[in-house]
Design a protein around this ligand. Structure first.
Ligand code: BTN
Length: 242
């Protein structure tokens, strides 16, 4: 259990917990503020995509103050991913995999997505970071929307308030355990879905086949393209598909 003073607000439904918390930050709320929703009507994913947020999932955002000396959003994202995989293992005894950089997979289907957003100050320095975590914890009552039905999965069949609370508490605790350390990187690599595999790398409107070789201490992905060229990829510039 961490000893931080964390404020937690629980909402039935909201457009996006990230948006809600961003407004709170702009209104002067301090760090370590967590917002949890049972449902989102306009859940946001990475790259401007939407994130399906039907009842049964856990949708939470955590407001933190970044460590400006060593600010690297990818380290926060990867720490969060490992925190979620730890919680799934602890509570459900299930092994999950992480797809660089921010998706958690169970049996080759997506079970969690992570979206970190920064609130910048007038000097363009990150004043706050909002870490958004969406986990498909329970089977949705009306199934997933048709567009993600074949690529998304859930962790557990029957809804349980107790498990919902335990899981959420565990994710928050594990998140703070790994935050601002690089202690999660070994587990991040061990649980990688892509290392050693052939992947598709999309960058600047071009998609190329490559082999995922390693992930370094700054969470960059080293890949080798078919012509032998190697490149270190940052999460900002590429998308990766299996
Ligand atoms: C992705 O898979 O592309 C990232 C999904 C992030 C979803 C979470 S749910 C809680 C928080 N609020 C949002 O609107 N998005 C994040």
């Amino acid at each position: 259990m961490n000893n931080k003073n964390i404020k937690i607000e629980v909402l039935q439904t909201i457009d996006s917990t990230n948006n809600y918390l961003k407004q709170k930050a702009l209104d002067g709320e301090g760090e370590n503020y967590v917002v949890l929703a049972l449902e989102q009507t306009a859940g946001k994913g990475t790259r401007g995509r939407s994130f399906s947020s039907v009842k049964g999932g856990v949708y939470l955002s955590i407001l933190i103050k970044p460590d400006l000396e060593n600010f690297n959003p990818a380290l926060i994202t990867t720490a969060t991913a490992v925190a979620v995989t730890d919680s799934i293992l602890e509570l459900f005894k299930l092994d999950t995999k992480i797809k660089w950089v921010n998706d958690v997979y169970l049996n080759n289907k997506k079970v969690c997505g992570i979206l970190c957003e920064s609130v910048l100050d007038s000097f363009n320095n990150p004043q706050f970071v909002i870490v958004g975590i969406g986990v498909n914890l329970f089977k949705p009552i009306n199934d997933f929307p048709s567009e993600i039905k074949d690529i998304a999965t859930y962790i557990s069949e029957g809804y349980s308030v107790e498990l919902f609370e335990k899981f959420t508490a565990s994710v928050i605790n594990n998140f703070y355990k790994y935050l601002n350390s690089k202690n999660h990187l070994k587990l991040y690599c061990e649980r990688s879905l892509i290392l050693g595999k052939e992947i598709l790398v999309s960058k600047n409107n071009e998609t190329r086949t490559a082999r995922a070789l390693e992930i370094d201490n700054n969470c960059r992905l080293l890949v080798e393209f078919e012509n032998g060229d190697k490149e270190n990829l940052s999460s900002g510039d590429v998308t990766v598909r299996l």
